[in-house]
Design a protein around this ligand. Sequence first.
Ligand SMILES: *Cc1c(COP(=O)(O)O)cnc(C)c1O
Length: 228
Amino acid sequence: MSTIADNIALVSSRIQAATAAAGRPENSVQLLAVSKTKPAQALREAYAAGLRDFGENYLQEALSKQLELADLPLIWHFIGPIQSNKTRAIAEHFDWVHSVDRLKIAQRLSEQRPAELPPLNICIQVNVSGEASKSGCNPADLPALAEAISQLPRLHLRGLMAIPEPTEARAEQDAAFAAVQTLQASLNLPLDTLSMGMSHDLESAIAQGATWVRIGTALFGARDYSQS
Ligand SMILES: *Cc1c(COP(=O)(O)O)cnc(C)c1O
């Protein structure tokens, strides 16, 4: 069985190869380790192998891992759907939120971000797969939403996030990620982040400008939901 350190080395070399193939600068793509359903010990191993940024989808699970790992200087990213009653804990306990798709949630995060912390880094999740996806803002609504979020005092709007409909066809992957990059470029805002690409499509995402790839399975193995 391969260890988490082996998997990190493999994923890092995939990222490097894709970055070079795209003619992009070395280290222009960061690895976000998606640790949902995985025990704190797995994150500890990933930390020992050099990772610092972890993405979690479920608030209670994330908070309990944060307690177990409080001795490590980790950077926490919330990447799951957000209900209004979860915004306060997210504003208090995370460094980044990748999954903001409506203004009400952004307003609450800004109001609830503690004064002693830096502004919360935000990506707007955009839906580029039409009816195939329930999450993410409609591209037609993106300009107004991005403009409004960029004005909120305790948020730092960094860019866009997307989860295109899964496909193994490279041309379809490229088209979806290119659409996200085009949307980002069409906004008249100083954005530096594109959060896109997962275990099966990181090469395509990097070719289309991803700056964070969010990788779970290729680092930690398949997820087992049967216990929950
Ligand atoms: C689970 C998840 C990932 C990781 O997906 P893998 O296919 O396991 O790499 C990335 N982003 C989001 C938003 C996720 O929920």
